[in-house]
Design a protein around this ligand. Structure first.
Ligand code: NDP
Length: 282
């Protein structure tokens, strides 16, 4: 294997240690950072994510309020609870775990989160600020991808970056952040023609497709930095990314593993944003 592994576990631990120190300082100044997480229904994957977030908060010294609401919660009930949390000065970050049950309009809920408490970076105000390069809460997954490139010593400036995927939570913002770092960015999606050759020209390849081992060895430029966002199960039920790791690692310069990669950094970036939200109130 030629590629260096970008170790998400070690990096996330460093980030969380920095957050912990920042939280202690914040507490000394009289503010206890607090994250409220709302979970509607009993989706098992969401339950795992929410438990992970509570554990991260505990490690960082952040107070967490996890509220579980029944699956038949109405949109009005959820919005009413969000309004209370929005008005509560002791709560600095608010996160509504997605996906939401069918009776609830996801956009309406996201837009009910005040931008200054939107630690997921999903509200239109934060997305707009990111687009124009203003200070804002960056969405955690793409921010984590950029941190991983940084840790690997990869400066996007002047490089060809290819992002596969154009979702609002990963693909599009990842492309924007790479552009802000002066990469020349191509965004690919399900209608893209010549995907293999476009990817094979990438110095930086970000895969956010949601298909196990979709990125094959022939799509990797020798020496490329490969960031694998995907969280999938392979044919044996084993966790895997969007990249065929073994084949890609033969050619890449550096690569993130799954598990142990972007997922852990995503969680760490949520802690960074929550601390920032609390600091902004000092
Ligand atoms: P979405 O399903 O919202 O987006 C997938 C994107 O991939 C779409 O833009 C789609 O194109 C594109 N796509 C699908 N098939 C192809 C294809 N054959 N060729 C080219 N492009 C294709 O997924 P998300 O962005 O939410 O998530 C992507 C992956 O990342 C998932 O595995 C998810 O589990 C994981 N994830 C991981 C996180 C982490 O913390 N590590 C956080 C969030 C997500 P089109 O728009 O044309 O349909």
């Amino acid at each position: 294997m030629a590629a260096r592994i970008i170790d998400g576990k070690a990096l996330a631990a460093q980030v969380k240690a920095r957050v912990r120190a920042g939280v202690e300082e914040c507490v000394r100044q009289g503010v206890q950072p607090c994250l409220a997480v709302l979970l509607v229904g009993d989706d098992p994957a969401s339950e795992v994510y929410v438990r992970g977030k509570a554990k991260d908060c505990e490690e960082c010294g952040i107070r967490s309020l996890v509220e579980r609401l029944p699956a038949d919660t109405t949109q009005a009930e959820l919005l009413a609870r969000l309004a209370q949390l929005a008005a509560d000065d002791s709560v600095h970050g608010i996160l509504v775990q997605l996906p939401l049950p069918a009776q609830i309009d996801e956009r309406a809920v996201i837009e009910a989160i005040p931008p200054q408490k939107d630690v997921d970076g999903f509200t239109p105000v934060n997305v707009g600020r990111m687009m124009i390069g203003e200070k804002c809460f960056l969405p955690c997954t793409p921010a984590g991808c950029l941190e991983m490139l940084n840790a690997a010593g990869v400066d996007p400036a002047g490089k060809r970056a290819v992002v596969i995927g154009r979702s609002n939570i990963v693909g599009k913002p990842a492309a924007m952040l790479l552009l802000a770092r002066n990469a020349t960015v191509t965004i690919c999606h399900s209608r893209t023609k010549d995907l293999v050759s476009i990817c094979a020209g990438a110095d930086i390849l970000v895969a956010a497709v949601g298909r196990p081992k979709f990125v094959t060895g022939d799509m990797i430029k020798p020496g490329a930095a490969v960031i694998d966002v995907g969280i999938n199960r392979d044919e044996n039920g084993k966790l895997c990314g969007d990249v065929d790791f073994a084949a890609a690692a033969e050619k890449a310069g550096c690569i993130t593993p799954v598990p142990g990669g972007v997922g852990l950094m995503t969680r760490a970036m949520l802690m960074v944003n929550t601390l920032q939200a609390a600091r902004n109130t000092l």
